[in-house]
Design a protein around this ligand. Structure first.
Ligand code: FMN
Length: 138
């Protein structure tokens, strides 16, 4: 099992670190260029648009991926999901509190053909910060 994360303001990194302690796996970062918020916001309106990112290759076919909800698309994460091979996928998505149903459908559509099993979990940033963690079974 591999744990990956992409983060802009740090929440998904903390979630990945929390999971990596539980599962005893070193988290791997998906890195990209540091662009201003307004540019990311603009790009996030285009579903399935990838944006080049770098990352260590996966070591097996089960992937946990922590990342933020960005409007309709998180381009560096979309790039990763298009590039990499996986069979079991867990998407752990942090968000402020709106639009999760559509995001769920968009990322399900992007990945289901490549997977035998997929689970998508949303974590509200405020609950996370208050120390309320969801039950996640991997
Ligand atoms: C470009 C952009 C778009 C966002 N769009 C949404 C959104 O549609 N719905 C939502 O609930 N939060 C939205 N957020 C807030 C993030 O999902 C939330 O703050 C998340 O926890 C940040 O994760 P991070 O700290 O790992 O970057 C957006 C943030 C950014 C930067």
């Amino acid at each position: 099992m591999d744990i990956y994360y992409f983060t802009y303001t740090g929440t998904s990194k903390k979630i990945a670190e929390w999971l990596s302690k539980k599962l005893n796996i070193r988290p791997k970062e998906i890195k990209t260029y540091k662009l201003p918020y307004l540019i990311w916001l603009f790009l996030s309106f285009f579903p399935y648009l990838p944006f080049k990112a770098t990352f260590d290759p996966p070591s097996n076919k089960t992937i946990i991926l922590c990342f933020p909800k960005w409007t309709f698309n998180c381009p560096p994460v979309t790039y990763f999901l298009k590039k990499v091979h996986y069979e079991k996928l867990f998407l752990v998505i942090s968000y402020k509190g709106w639009g999760e149903k559509l995001y769920y459908r968009l990322y399900y559509k992007l990945t289901y053909k490549k997977t035998k099993e997929i689970k998508i979990i949303f974590i509200k940033k405020k609950l996370w910060e208050a120390g309320i963690f969801p039950e996640i079974e991997f």
